[in-house]
Design a protein around this ligand. Structure first.
Ligand code: ARG
Length: 465
């Protein structure tokens, strides 16, 4: 059953039919296509092109078809080119010739662009809900570990002690930005292509604005040619998805490190770790690794669509059918990965003792020492030098800062007195970083309170509450 048989004498070659078919992946658009069909039927009725009785029968048939699709009683066949073809067949089966009236003023070009926007706006809300769950898991751990000192790193080398809660919240902020990006995306995606027809609009007295409102869009597209050609919304969604993938990958990489024998910062729950088929002792961070690995396909999906779009002339070109699989794969991937990462984070046990005992390793309080000297009036450049010498002296003599006697300190620099020991405290070092945005546990608690408010608003947006 083709939608375009009239001017052709023969049927399509098998090779063309196989190349052309998209119903095996666009079938998931059924609920959105039918939603748009209901809106279109109403607009045809208002335009006097469908009687009240016909409209009632049409809407009943659409409901019946939707139920049949849901139950599996109606399935696409190999002869259905795409979801639109299959659903028109379903309406013809139910309504006879009346089923063919719905196509008036409508093309698959404006239909598919509308369906994909509806699908994405719906699924973006689900993705945001899953992101909120991950934010919440990270924030709960951060709340418990605001006072837990941890080695803070740059270049993966011990740098300065930080609150482990601060570090966990540093993974929440990127996710809040991801959600804000999706909310911002949603404003631009809220434009309805329906009514644009194939490319030029319709000579029938349709009402694209009314259709847009009925479908929950903010407006109808102001240019029919742009409306059927535009896939910015799909590419922009894929960028948002790729960025989320990158954030999950960076978190995943940290968790892989934290769970290693070398770090031992966390113990993963059995439910979120895997074993080895040969080494009985192994407990592997597969969830974190898959989160890291899946970022590759998310980035790939973005590249794939951008490459497809580049250089396409106006308006609709069949190339655009290639927009759907990367978009669907990105949605599926995020909905698969996010719950697993949330579970991993919420169930991991933090090894507080290990974190605290290594927080000052690698002379991580050196900056605090230098800043003590600055407070005593020493030029920072000199203070930096003096502490640097102290580090070398300690390394050569196999000592920590805390082991040094007053005589040893004085020998290295006249600036060092016994008060040096006052700043050689990890809790003191944390508490002293109390300016806005710093790692002082009190600031971390403030930060957490502000984040909770922002995340509540994000959760409410996702559910329409
Ligand atoms: N299956 C097509 C797609 O996904 C629908 C639009 C087809 N339009 C056309 N004129 N062939 O893009």
């Amino acid at each position: 059953m083709r939608l375009w048989g009239g001017r052709f004498e023969g049927g399509p070659a098998d090779a063309l039919a196989r190349l052309s078919v998209s119903v095996h992946f666009d079938w998931r658009l059924v609920p959105y296509d039918l939603l748009a069909s209901r809106a279109h039927a109403r607009v045809l009725n208002r335009a006097g092109l469908l009687s009240d009785d016909e409209l009632a029968r049409m809407l009943a048939a659409i409901d019946d078809l939707e139920e049949a699709c849901r139950s599996g009683a109606f399935r696409p066949t190999v002869a259905d080119e795409d979801v639109h073809t299959a659903l028109e067949r379903g309406l013809l089966e139910r309504l006879g010739t009346l089923g063919g009236k719905l196509r008036a003023g409508r093309s698959r070009n404006d239909q598919i662009a509308t369906d994909l926007r509806l699908y994405l706006r719906d699924h973006v809300r689900t993705i945001v809900s899953r992101l909120v769950e991950l934010e919440t898991a990270l924030m709960s751990q951060a709340e418990q570990h605001a006072d837990t000192a941890a080695p803070g790193m740059t270049h993966l080398q011990h740098a300065q002690p930080v609150s482990f809660g601060h570090q966990l919240l540093a993974h929440v902020h990127p996710l809040t930005r991801d959600i804000e990006r999706l909310r911002d995306w949603d404003r631009r995606a809220a434009v309805s292509p329906l009514g644009s027809g194939a490319l030029a609009g319709s000579s029938l007295p349709l009402d694209p604005q009314a259709v847009a409102a009925e479908l929950g869009f903010d407006a109808a597209a102001p240019n029919s040619m742009d409306a059927v050609a535009d896939r910015d919304f799909a590419a922009e969604f894929l960028f948002c998805a790729a960025m989320i993938g990158i954030h999950l990958s960076r978190l995943g990489e940290e968790i892989v490190l934290w769970a290693s024998q070398e770090f031992r910062w966390i113990e993963m729950d059995d439910a979120y770790s895997t074993g080895s088929s040969i080494m009985p002792q192994k407990k592997n961070p597969d969830v974190a690794e898959l989160a890291r690995g899946k970022s590759g396909r998310l980035i790939g999906s973005l590249m794939s669509l951008l490459t497809t779009l580049k250089g396409l002339p106006l308006t609709y070109n069949r190339d655009l059918q290639e927009d759907k699989e990367p978009v669907f794969d990105a949605v599926d991937t995020l909905l698969l990965v996010l719950p697993a990462v949330s579970g991993l984070v919420s169930t991991m046990r933090v090894n507080t003792a290990k974190l605290e005992s290594s927080a000052s390793d690698g002379f991580a309080l050196a900056t605090d020492l230098a800043e003590l000297l600055v407070r005593k009036g020493v030029v920072f450049r000199e203070a930096h030098e003096a502490v640097g010498h102290l580090v070398v002296w300690c390394q050569v003599n196999d000592k920590e800062f805390g082991d040094l006697t007053d005589e040893e300190l004085a020998k290295i620099s006249p600036h060092f007195g016994g008060d040096v020991r006052d700043v050689l405290s990890v809790p003191g070092a944390l508490a002293s970083r109390k300016a806005y945005g710093g790692t002082a546990p009190d600031r971390v608690r403030d930060q957490l309170a502000a984040l909770r408010e922002a995340v509540d608003a994000q959760a409410a947006w996702a559910t329409g509450a």
